[in-house]
Design a protein around this ligand. Structure first.
Ligand code: HEC
Length: 175
């Protein structure tokens, strides 16, 4: 029996040694620079938090649209090989066609989405001014804003989307 006695104390020693061993970093990777984080940190909140400087109008957006978007989204945004960006067919069932105008809850999502995902073949190539202009174009074509309204970090969050009140927010105080 006396042979087994050292075992509990050995286990204890190991138990105390383990956290110290875990605290050692594995020596992989390197700290990320703030500027590198910024390039990925492009989320925009419904209240406009995160919107960059810059501005654009529907007229400017129409020109960019004709160059970079029309091939897929069709003349005037009415749809082509890709989704219609203009038009609001009524939502009568879960299978209804959901568009920016009949479904999207926040105007700032248009900016966020176009900047991060479009044009489909070369996302993240648009300047912030171009994205504001395209956002203005899409909203104006849908008659959600006027043709001459300037979209920027102050005006865009104030644009209320037609479907904004039809979402059920589970934790309203969290947004
Ligand atoms: C090569 C084809 C192509 C081009 C060019 C293109 N898009 Fe798209 N776009 C798509 C596809 C495909 C989707 C659907 C993506 C998905 O559902 O994941 C889409 C989705 C969208 C949506 C969301 C529509 C919705 O109701 O869900 C918007 C807004 C949009 N594009 C804007 C633009 C703008 C603005 C441009 C020009 C800068 C552009 N797109 C250029 C293919 C394209």
């Amino acid at each position: 029996m006396s042979m087994l006695k050292p075992i509990p104390s050995l286990l204890l020693a190991l138990a105390f040694a383990a956290p110290a061993a875990l605290a050692e970093p594995p020596g992989l990777g390197k700290p990320i620079a703030e500027t590198e984080i910024k390039a990925w940190d492009i989320g925009i909140l419904p209240d406009g938090t995160g919107l960059p400087a810059g501005s654009g109008t529907a007229e400017q957006g129409a020109k960019i649209y004709a160059e970079k978007c029309v091939a897929c989204h069709g003349e005037g945004g009415k749809g082509g090989i890709s989704a219609a960006l203009v038009g609001a067919p009524p939502i009568k069932s879960i299978d209804a066609t959901k568009t920016v105008a009949n479904f999207w809850g926040y105007s700032t999502t248009v900016f966020d989405y176009v900047r991060r995902a479009m044009p489909w073949m070369s996302p993240r190539t648009l300047t912030d001014d171009e994205v504001y202009a395209l956002t203005a174009f899409i909203l104006a074509q849908n008659k959600i804003i006027g043709d001459n309204d300037v979209m920027n970090a102050q005006t865009l969050p104030k644009v209320k989307m037609p479907n904004a009140d039809n979402f059920i927010i589970k934790f309203p105080d969290k947004i």
